[in-house]
Design a binder for this molecule. Structure first.
Ligand SMILES: [Zn+2]
Length: 73
């Protein structure tokens, strides 16, 4: 079981979370991503494949709108 590096007491359990970030002054939200979520503080950890998906979706989204909501398939 992976220990949370933020609070150092919680365990990271499989679940879902969303990722919000600002790129080039535009808000990008990627919802409903698979993640390991800390059962104490709620910090979400994404694996490499998911991070790649976020980056791909972000570059596509930036071509379209200032504020974007995206959903993983
Ligand atoms: Zn934690």
């Amino acid at each position: 079981m992976m220990k949370c590096v933020i609070c150092k007491t919680g365990d990271c359990l499989p679940g879902n979370s969303h990722f919000v970030h600002v790129v080039q002054e535009k808000l990008v939200v990627v919802k409903n991503l698979p993640a390991n979520v800390c059962n104490n503080c709620g910090e979400a950890y994404f694996d490499t494949d998911t991070v790649n998906l976020i980056q791909l979706n972000t570059s596509e989204a930036l071509k379209l709108n200032e504020k974007v909501e995206m959903f993983s398939v």
